[in-house]
Design a protein around this ligand. Sequence first.
Ligand code: MLT
Length: 259
Amino acid sequence: MTRLLPYSEVGTGIPLVLIHGFPHDRRLWEPQLNGLRNSARLIVPDLRGFGAATDVPATMGMEEHAADVKTLLEHLRITGAVICGLSMGGYVALAFAARFPGALRGLILCSTKAGADSNEAKSAREATALAVLDKGVARLADDMLPKMLAPTTLAARPELGASIRSMMAEQRVDGVVAALRGMAARPDRTGMLAGIHVSTLIIAGERDTLIPSTESGTMSKSVPRAHLVIVPDAAHLPNAEAPEVFNEAAKGFLGRALK
Ligand code: MLT
């Protein structure tokens, strides 16, 4: 079942959907709202189970998230959009590309990968889900913050660290657990990369330890029309750590690739 996601919308031009990662909500994209509003029509949803989006099932698969995004586009009478996803949002973007290739005008994959979880990673996700059910989301936010931002970013911009931490800590237990189980169940999409028919921008933080930038390098070799940007001194959230670099890369991509 698909439902209308809560979303923000700003700007004019080609529709660009910005899909947040885990455990985030649409506030992740605040640095892009001003930076990209003159270059695209930004559509920024909360994925089901995050932010203001409720109605979460026990397991929220990437395909269901992609169907929610498609429903939102249909509601807005948009037949084709550039889909940008960060990390879990990238898993959703790839699921969208697989399910709705006709609605895809371009792809931006940030801090993400195409492969599935190993058995070990699946077990770790379930252990995290049980810990969240037992102890809540704040502890997960504390654990994840040092993986989200590079040590230099955390030291130089404590206010950014505090806002990312509180965004993560404010998420719902059921949404976080459903997403962990959904990510563990996601398929390996490596095989579809060679068939992606649209221009694709792949962005990674040089210091990402959650999903190392080597994953992005590997993906960029498989996607036919890919352009790779590695952001120096950024970790998992280059859009927030180095917004100027991220926004310039996105603007260049929109201008170059989508004429
Ligand atoms: C994310 O940032 O969305 C997550 O770290 C992705 C993941 O856990 O695989």
